[in-house]
Write a protein that binds this ligand. Structure first.
Ligand code: EPS
Length: 379
């Protein structure tokens, strides 16, 4: 079973990800993990903190000469803005942040809660996911994410291979697949930022090269759709998760939702084993299992809750109405969310891959992958 936890406060010394159950024998490319960490720091609308940090991963355990040992991996991302000991308590909780429920729940202060609830923690999740995607690529499974909506601007997706789409996305200041519309969006971010407000949006992640049969229909907590939904929903500020058509499916008839099944003998050696679909409204998942089509997951991010022009709140000491606290923050972090969702999805898919093909070594997984496909083709 592949799993991970994170630890660390936003302004503590470092963030950590502890990855357990990762197979032995993968040569890790730390530079490409760092490239994803840098991408997470980017996107138009980010605040001053990103000019301080230069995120990079250090492996504290689990590697020998750059190759995974099959033992737990501890990944560290240093915080340059490590000033937790000098930071003051916060008395005026921000609506929408963890501040109020967290302080009441722990019978303590707001600072202790906001430091851990901060989306800075997602650097550790991206590091773990970027490691997991290296395992996926050994099997030809590729993952990419982008922004499809920002505020009320609907940008949408695009057809193409993931390599083509990644190239387009990387030329966009907001990580969308329509860079020619960047100016429209960056002007919106500037305008909203000047008003002291923030913006949310929608991100989409696609996974190509998935075999049929990751996940299961047999038990609720191992259904891959459910696991993906939990991982994505647990990203800070994510308020909705869709797979394939998602909510739009509810407004169509069955004949307009389900993807007909065809057979194309020439594709027998592809991951779909020749079972093609003219559409992919299911987003690559049926009954909690991958069906050989690309996986498509979307997530809705609410606007960041730290507002430069704050909403009403209550001073927890006096109980008087006051404006919520303002601490340096971002106007918009939807681009960063596209990177984060991409990586939490990658991790869950890698977990399902380990469940199906064994988690002791990459070599054994590859052999079992071959055996499974040979057996499945022979039916
Ligand atoms: C965040 C508040 C800001 C963001 C932070 C998330 O941090 P700071 O108060 O240090 O400026 O920059 O995000 C990151 C630091 C990051 O790396 O993503 C919050 O309250 O959630």
């Amino acid at each position: 079973m592949l799993r991970y936890w994170t630890a660390g406060e936003s302004h503590g010394p470092a963030l950590l990800a502890l990855v357990d159950g990762f197979p032995a024998g993968l040569t890790v490319d730390a530079a490409s993990i760092d490239a994803e960490l840098v991408r997470r720091q980017g996107g138009y609308g980010r605040g001053g903190r990103q000019r301080i940090e230069t995120d990079a991963v250090t492996f504290l355990s689990g590697l020998w000469r750059g190759v995974t040992l099959g033992s737990p991996l501890a990944l560290q991302v240093i915080n340059r803005d490590a000033k937790l000991e000098r930071l003051e308590e916060v008395d005026r909780p921000r609506p929408g942040h963890a501040d109020l429920p967290g302080a009441v729940k722990h019978l303590g202060g707001v600072r202790a809660v906001l430091e851990r609830a901060s989306a800075r923690e997602t650097a550790a999740r991206v590091a773990a996911g970027a490691l997991a995607r290296q395992l996926l690529s050994v099997f030809g499974i590729e993952v990419a994410g982008w922004v499809t909506e920002l505020g009320d601007v609907v940008l949408g997706g695009r057809e193409g291979t993931l390599a083509e789409l990644r190239q387009i996305r990387d030329s966009s200041a907001i990580y969308s697949l329509h860079p020619q519309r960047d100016a429209e969006v960056t002007e919106l971010i500037d305008r909203v930022g000047k008003e002291g407000d923030t913006l949310g949006g929608v991100v989409e992640v696609r996974v190509d090269g998935l075999p049929i049969g990751l996940g299961t229909h047999a038990q609720w907590d191992r259904k891959l759709d459910g696991r993906l939904a939990q991982a994505v929903m647990a990203v800070q500020a994510i308020k909705g998760v869709e797979i394939g058509l998602g909510f739009a499916a509810a407004r169509r008839r069955g004949s307009q939702v389900h993807d007909p099944i065809h057979y194309d003998e020439t594709r027998r050696h592809q991951v779909d084993l020749g079972f093609t679909r003219p559409t992919n409204n299911a987003g690559g998942l049926e009954a909690g299992m991958t069906n050989g089509q690309p996986l498509v997951v979307r997530a809705a991010m609410k606007p960041i809750s730290t507002l430069r022009k704050p909403l009403e709140s209550v001073n927890l000491r006096t109980k008087h109405t006051e404006e919520a606290a303002y601490e340096r923050s971002d106007v918009c972090a939807v681009s960063a969310a596209s990177v984060i969702v991409e990586h939490v999805v990658a991790f869950e898919v890698a977990g399902a891959l380990v469940d199906k093909f064994g988690g002791d070594s990459v070599e054994e997984m590859l052999a079992r992958w071959e055996l499974y496909h040979t057996l499945a083709r022979s039916r």
